[in-house]
Design a protein around this ligand. Structure first.
Ligand code: CP3
Length: 350
């Protein structure tokens, strides 16, 4: 790294350098749409095993790398992975997502949370990230990721995914002090965790505030944005050169606010036209996205046209090509392969 190594494409684009084509990766690129992943899942049926046994997590992270050579290789893990390190036990249930056995509902439970000590609680993360860096060298960029305070709190308080967010919104609107203390503790733990991922080899880190789009803008300003800022500020104090990406699903109503979070790159989902997103964010904010994951159910010509359209609208600076959210599990694998092949030829196509 210190020696004459060429900097990989995605890292250069995320730093704002001019590159010959936009770098490309896909959210959820490791996972169920890949036969290799489904086969491995039979051998390791528990998600915690797949993501916490280093050799297995390394293998899963590398499956899309070997198949498609994306410009970004993301750590195979989950946003709830650090919660046991704070004293919140969890599992990830097949087809359902995270389950928290003793959801956080009281001030006493918030008081009992421990500060995160990543070396002790998450040693496998270091092993995985180091191995990924070793494996991809300068050919790709290793991405780390974390959940944002609001989204992690939604799981910790609700106990599982939710459609209404009734329990956490009840807490927000009747006991805001309790929730603010939880969000503050989560923000500090997440900042520690981002730093640990960077120190272990992550070159870019994405923060997922997946459920913040379910807040009204005024509540986003109270419960999501200040804690996104708190994480990004703390990380920037010690690691100013690592690009940080923010994702909110359902970003359309809060896009400008996302630009104020301190993130270097704002993920745009497909409910916003990329040209509008550029105009709304201003020319200094880098963007990631934003094809509808459903485009991959279309024909090859259709996929190619949508890629070209997105890249033209994003312009030739500060764009990481991606879907607007994770690839769907029933996506034809050959269409994923075609997406990557086409994206990697863009310097000749556009
Ligand atoms: O992008 C990648 O390839 C890295 C893998 C990754 C996973 N989870 C693996 C996973 C990432 C980036 C995540 C983040 C994550 N986890 C988010 C934020 C991203 C987003 O979608 O907005 C959220 C909200 C979670 C919580 C979670 N974990 C959900 C909603 C689910 C899916 C439930 C289901 O079965 O549909 C999980 C489980 C999970 N995490 C799976 C994967 C591949 C699917 C289960 C499996 O493969 O066995």
């Amino acid at each position: 790294m210190g020696f004459a190594a060429t900097t990989p494409h995605l890292l250069r684009a995320a730093r704002g350098e001019i590159v010959d084509r936009p770098p490309v990766w896909m959210m959820r690129q490791a996972g169920r749409y890949m036969k290799a992943y489904r086969d491995l899942r039979e051998k390791y049926p528990s998600f915690r095993e797949r993501s916490e046994i280093p050799e297995v997590a390394i293998e899963v992270s590398l499956q899309p790398w070997r198949a498609f050579q994306p410009d970004g290789v993301i750590l195979f893990s989950d946003i709830v992975t650090p919660l046991p390190g704070l004293g919140i036990d969890m599992d990830i249930a097949e087809g359902k997502g995270p389950i928290i056995h003793a959801p956080i509902r009281t001030q006493a439970q918030v008081d009992q949370l421990r500060p995160l000590e990543p070396e002790a609680a998450l040693p496998f993360i270091k092993t995985i990230l180091q191995a990924l860096r070793q494996e991809v060298g300068n050919k790709s960029t290793v991405l780390g990721f974390v959940g944002a305070p609001w989204t992690l709190a939604a799981y910790a308080v609700e106990g599982k995914g939710s459609k209404t967010y009734s329990i956490i919104k009840n807490m927000a609107f009747t006991q805001p002090d309790v929730l603010h203390q939880l969000l503050a503790k989560f923000a500090d733990a997440i900042a520690v965790y981002v730093r640990y991922q960077i120190d272990s080899g992550a070159q870019v880190v994405q923060m997922f505030d997946s459920w913040a789009g379910y807040l009204s803008p005024q509540d986003y300003d109270t419960f999501a944005l200040p804690y996104q800022k708190r994480v990004f500020q703390q990380v920037k104090e010690t690691h100013p050169d690592t690009p940080l990406i923010l994702l909110v699903s359902g970003s359309a109503g809060v896009l400008e606010r996302m630009g104020q979070s301190g993130a270097d790159v704002v993920t745009v989902d497909w409910t916003v036209d990329m040209a509008d997103a550029r105009a709304r964010l201003g020319k200094h904010v880098k963007v990631q996205g934003n094809l509808d994951p459903g485009v991959l159910y279309g024909s090859k010509e259709f996929i190619r046209d949508r890629i070209i359209d997105t890249v033209r609208k994003a312009g030739n600076w500060g764009h990481i090509l991606n879907l607007g959210h994770g690839v769907h599990p029933d996506t034809p694998e050959e269409n994923v392969a075609f997406f990557f092949e086409t994206a990697k030829q863009l310097n000749v196509l556009v």
